[in-house]
Design a protein. Sequence first.
Length: 381
Amino acid sequence: MVDSRLEVAGVILLGCFILIGVLWGMGYIAGLQERGVVQETYGDPYEVSTSSLPDLDNFPVDNSEGGVDWEKVTLPDPCVDGENTETYVMVSKGSSDNVLFYFEGGGGGTDYLSSKFMTVTLNPRFEYTKKKNGGVFNRGREQNPFRDWTYVFVPYGTGDFQSGNRVMRYSRFPGMEMTVHHVGYFNGVVIQRWVENQRSFDKVVLAGSSAGGYGTITHFNSTREIFDQPVTVINDAGPGLLSKRAPDFTYSTTSRSWGYENNLPEGALEYLEDNEPIYYVGYTLDEYENSFYGFYEDKWDVVIGSSLLRYAPHEFARVLIGTTNDFRESYPDRFVRFIPKGFDHVSLWRKRFYDLEIENVRMYEWVDNLIHQKPDDLVEE
C-alpha cells in the first residue's frame, strides 16, 4: 500500500513539475516574463559633455602590417554598459582623413532569461572579435578598403541591438531579477559626437555586424546629422527583420524593452511597414539624397533566420528577399544588397570578407564600390 501511494505521489509530483515547466515557458506563472520600465528614457546623448575625452590628434598613427593596434578610451559619465558599470570605445588612428564606425554584435535581451542566460549581450566581445585580426581589421591586407582609415570600434554590452535608450527590470521568480541598461544608442551618439569634434573627415562609414548591423538602422540618421555630410552604411547581417513567432523578439517586445522608437526622428514611424525596422532607413534616404545603405546577409543565415527569428531557412530567404526587394523599389540606386547562398553569419571581421563572391565580384570589392558611390546590387539566385 505504501509503495502504491509513493508511486501515485511520484506521478503527481512529476506531473506538477511538467506543468510548472510548461507554464514557465509560456510565462503564465506569476512573476514570469515580467518586464518593468525603470527609466522610460535614460538620457539625452546630445547633452553629454565629451570635453574630458582625449584629443584624437594625440593618438599615434597605426601602421600595423597585420591586424590593428588599439587605444582604449573610457566614456564619460553617464555612459554605462548593460550592468550599469563603466564602458569604453576602442580607437585605431589611420593615416587618411576617413573614419569607420563599427558597432559590435552579440545577441539581444528582452526578458530575464534572454538577458541573463541565453546571450552574451552584457559581456562585450571586443577581445574575441579583435583577436581575429581579419576582414576590415587587418591593415596589412592590400585589398582592405579601410586599411588606412581611422577605426572606431564600439563594443557591445547593452543587449539592445545597439539601439536602446531605456532602463528595464526583468524578473522570473522572487530573487531572480536583474536591471539592464539598454543604452546602446545613447553611448553610440556620444561616441560619434566626440569623434566629429576632433577633425573633418573626407568619408564617413557606419558599419555593424549582427546586432550591430541592426544598430545601423537607428544610428543612420543620427550619424548623418552629427557629421553633416554623406554617410555610407554597411549592415553586416543585421537584416532589420523581427520575429512573427519568437515572442522575445517581436516588434512590440523589442520596442518596449529598448525604447528605440524614442530615438527616431519625427516622421520616421510613418515609414514602418509590417513591423520590419529596415523600413526606417527610408526616412534618412529621403532626407539626404547623397547617402547610401549597403546590406549583406547570407541567404539562409541560421543564426538570425532560424535561431533568432525562428524561420526555416527557406522561409527566412523568402522574407529576406521579398522585404528587401520591396524596399529597393523605392531606393534602387542607394539601397543595395550582397546576398550569397549560404547558411553562415557575418563577414566584416572575418576572412570570408575577401572570399565571398557573386557574379565575379568579391565582397570587399562590393564594399569599395559602395564607398565610392558606385553601388552594385548582387543577389545570388
